[in-house]
Design a protein around this ligand. Structure first.
Ligand SMILES: [Zn+2]
Length: 229
């Protein structure tokens, strides 16, 4: 079997930082995709709090302005930062299982739903609805900077996605055996199967080409007498 290294435009080290590939189409899905090659045991991209912070800023979960302060806070409290990074990875796997259940049209695990409910309640306790012209808006009652401040935004994104039947019906997991990246299929045909055509799509194309080139063709044994008139 042909082995090719997937080359993502993101998903690589650049100047000591990690450049994440954000092709999921929703914050929660880009978060889920920070574990690469999940079916084979996974390649962890959120190895440290700093990596989680880099992802939070690149994905838009946090404003860039928050980076310096959070980075300093993490340096002052390395134990807490490690614990938040661990919680982030655990949350990511909860969201992944919920996404997979949705894609497979199966009931999600009760424990995962309960865990998400706890996080939603915590986030709701820190905000309240206020009137704005023509509608309502959420006002964060606690604007304090905290190491885990990106997590409620990821939770909100997952909840928005999973409670919306139209968007949920467009949820996909990449068709490549080794990938499992999650994405929202916004193509007109609704038949997108690869997380990224230039990565998994091309890899599958190369494999098909290889398989065709090496296929054993069983030709029928030529019998001369058939041709004799
Ligand atoms: Zn893929």
């Amino acid at each position: 079997m042909i082995q090719q290294t997937a080359v993502r435009f993101g998903g690589r080290e650049v100047d000591g930082k990690f450049l994440f590939e954000l092709t999921g189409g929703a914050l929660a899905l880009d978060f889920v995709n920070t574990l690469d090659e999940r079916p084979g045991g996974g390649i962890e991209r959120l190895t440290t709090y700093e990596r989680f912070l880099e992802w939070s800023v690149q994905s838009g979960a946090l404003p860039k302005a928050a980076t310096e302060q959070l980075s300093r806070m993490a340096n002052r409290a390395p134990g807490s930062a490690r614990s938040i990074a661990k919680s982030a990875r655990e949350l990511r796997e909860i969201i992944f299982r919920l996404i997979r259940a949705s894609v497979q049209r199966t009931a999600p695990d009760d424990g995962d739903v309960d865990a998400l409910n706890v996080l939603v309640s915590k986030a709701d306790a820190k905000r309240r609805l206020v009137a704005v012209t023509g509608g309502l808006a959420w006002l964060e009652s606690e604007s304090k900077v905290s190491l885990d401040m990106a997590l409620p935004r990821v939770v909100q994104s997952a909840v928005d996605l999973l409670t919306d039947p139209a968007r949920r019906s467009r949820l996909r997991l990449c068709a490549a055996d080794s990938c499992d990246w999650a994405f929202v299929d916004v193509s007109r045909s609704g038949r997108r199967i690869w997380c990224d055509m230039s990565v998994c799509g091309n890899r599958a194309k190369a494999k098909r080409h290889y398989d065709r080139a090496h296929a054993t063709i069983d030709l029928p044994t030529f019998r001369g007498d058939i041709c004799e008139g």
